[in-house]
Design a protein around this ligand. Structure first.
Ligand code: GP9
Ligand code: MN
Length: 619
């Protein structure tokens, strides 16, 4: 019977075999999936089959004519999906999700490096197709009509493979589907094609959330956030009352460059001394996902987590938000954003309305010439200087958010702006990165000097914050060299998500600077800043806590479900000692209780965003 089936259905079997091998080949060569033991390798090897067997099996129901056409088309489509993911992964170290397809015009950096990422070896992926097409032409022998029994056995086997795949995955990582925040874990377990299916189902489910939500949907979440609220520290509450806030987002700036040198020269000489006149948070983590800078803006504005897939700026700009800007407006603040880019980029013009931002100074408000711009546009030095001039004319108090750009991938600047040698490693990206960070540092120095000169400095709070990583895991070897480590472990990858947060309050922090080493994240910015301005956030729906509060539990949850406390670090199903990086055996007692809290926060935040629940919020 078996032999009979293989013989009769040789075209189907061959199609499955080739696609299976191609998928596994891409798993191994196109992505960097960390495999720690043979069991994981086994799951990786069989998971393509649990998609291919049932899907390609549809051809069994087709007439002879359409059968081959179906199988060949499926091969083309799936090969296309593999290649697209490879290219996307090469740039983002991530897999494509449905929402990112709709923001394709924003994949700017991807466009510029498309040629670099398109590997001619991708052509090899079509060899089997050519062979199959040729075979199908030359070997015209028609296959007999499949008996029902054979189809039943075939689908019985398919169900067996799917079940085996899911069981092995569940053993490998319990609850992997319900805690599905980490796309790498999903792909490693259920497989790439199944992940796309899962993503499609999740997105559809998310869309229905808004329709079914009502006032009661918010009650449990409100109970949680109210119980999680931490009272402001009374020595800090209102110390910056009535001041302007000048919040500078440092593009792609990670903490690992602070206090580091290349060829004896500091990468951030200005920041290194500025942190000694400020509150400096050295265990502060970025919590963005596919929305990059826009996600960081979202987290800061709302103290909610960004979406797991796509950018909230695109997908949820119709929602109701109770942002920090709306609260500030009640205290007579005017809120503005400065960003020398097109106002429609990342859908900012629409989202800023929803967030209650009063004015958006986009590229049209700046004087941009060939001389004062580089790859991504206006250079930071010019951008900050021109912004300071506009700010000087604003009614006070104001909250201004300034988004820098020069230190953006692919980190290119003119030779005359290079104030430091490139780093020397196998990564051109990391090598150049230190030079653009160095340039940004110089721009910040000039900016602070300008604020002192134009009189804004004294009665403002200046906040500097990194938005997200600049150097992805694709450059781990070079990063390990830079950090003086043998390799970058998953623990190190989480530690590399630290970005600087610097709060400078002239007249206060220069006299009493402080380095805060308790764990925190971007989600904590809103309550921290509002409390410094003397505005209590009690009763607000937020997942962050005032970083100065004595009641606060040091905790940061990354969007992929990894989390950090002062003692532990959890990532990729492993629990580490936060200080030493040592892998802890008794994770059950250490990380497990907090895993629930992390997952709960993320899913509550998702519920708010997908259900547009803040429209029911009444204070
Ligand atoms: C560009 C800014 C930076 O407007 O959003 O890009 P990103 O860091 O999000 O790729
Ligand atoms: Mn950015």
């Amino acid at each position: 019977m078996k032999e009979h089936f293989f013989k009769k259905q040789w075209f189907l079997c061959l199609s499955i075999f080739f696609m299976w091998m191609k998928t596994y080949f891409i798993y191994k060569l196109g992505f960097h999936l960390r495999i720690d033991h043979p069991f994981q390798e086994l799951i990786l090897l069989i998971n393509p089959l649990s998609f291919l067997i049932p899907v390609f099996g549809i051809s069994l129901f087709c007439r002879e004519k359409t059968k081959r056409l179906f199988l060949l088309s499926a091969n083309v489509i799936l090969t296309g999906i593999l290649i697209a993911n490879c290219i996307f992964y090469g740039f983002y170290i991530d897999f494509i999700t449905i929402p990112v397809l709709f923001q394709a015009k924003n994949l700017g950096g991807l466009g510029s490096s498309f040629q670099e990422l398109f590997n001619p070896l991708f052509i090899v992926l079509f060899f089997d197709l050519a062979l199959l097409a040729w075979l199908s032409k030359t070997r015209r022998k028609t296959e007999a009509k499949i008996p029902r029994k054979a189809i039943k056995i075939y689908y019985g086997a398919a169900a067996g493979i799917v079940l085996l795949n899911l069981t092995l995955s569940e053993i490998e990582q319990p609850k992997f589907l319900s805690h599905s925040f980490d796309r790498e874990v999903l792909v490693k377990n259920i497989g790439l094609f199944q992940f796309h299916l899962f993503d499609g189902i999740t997105q559809t489910f998310n869309l229905t959330q808004k329709a079914v939500a009502d006032e009661n949907s918010l009650a449990t979440i409100e109970n949680y956030t109210n119980a999680d609220y931490s009272k402001p520290n009374k020595d800090m509450f209102g110390i910056a009352k009535g001041r302007n806030v000048i919040f500078v987002t440092l593009e792609s700036t990670q903490s690992f460059v602070i206090n580091e040198k290349v060829n004896g020269k500091e990468i951030t000489p200005f920041l290194n001394q500025f942190i000694h006149k400020s509150y400096y948070f050295d265990h502060f983590y970025q919590q963005t996902e596919q929305g990059k800078t826009s996600d960081s803006e979202f987290v800061v504005a709302n103290s909610l987590y960004p979406s797991l897939s796509g950018s909230v700026f695109f997908t949820k700009s119709e929602n109701q938000y109770n942002s920090m800007y709306k609260t500030l407006a009640q205290h007579d603040y005017i809120s503005t954003v400065f960003h020398a880019n097109n106002k429609r980029f990342w859908n900012r013009d629409v989202m800023y309305e929803a967030l209650g931002i009063d004015r958006f100074y986009d590229v049209d408000h700046f004087s941009v010439t060939a001389d004062n711009s580089t790859g991504w546009g206006l250079k930071d030095k010019e951008f900050l200087a021109q912004s300071a001039d506009i700010m000087k004319e604003l009614p006070e108090p104001f909250y201004s958010s300034l988004l820098t750009l020069t230190n953006h991938f692919p980190f290119q600047i003119d030779d005359k702006d290079k104030l430091i040698d490139e780093y020397d490693s196998n990564s051109e990206i990391l090598n150049r990165y230190v030079t653009t960070v160095r340039y940004q540092d110089e721009a910040l120095k000039a900016f602070i000097a300008k604020l002192k000169k134009n009189g804004l400095y004294e009665h403002s709070v200046i906040v500097l914050m990194g938005d997200h990583y600049g150097i992805s895991e694709a450059h781990n070897e070079a990063l390990a060299q830079f950090l003086g480590k043998k390799e970058i472990t998953p623990y190190d990858t989480v530690q590399l998500q630290r970005v600087p947060l610097i709060i400078h309050i002239p007249g206060i922090t220069d006299k009493n600077p402080r380095t805060v080493s308790e764990t925190g994240g971007q989600i904590d910015v809103k309550p921290t800043l509002l409390h410094l301005l003397g505005i209590d956030t009690k009763g607000m729906i937020q997942f962050g806590n005032d970083l100065f509060s004595k009641e606060r539990m040091p905790f940061a949850v990354l969007r992929n479900g990894s989390f950090i406390t002062d003692d532990y670090l959890y990532t990729k199903n492993a629990c580490y000692d936060q200080k030493t990086g040592e892998l802890l055996e008794d994770a059950e007692n250490k990380c497990a209780p907090l895993m629930e809290k992390a997952a709960e926060e993320l899913s509550f935040s998702d519920k708010i965003i997908n259900g547009d629940l803040l429209r029911f919020y009444k204070q």
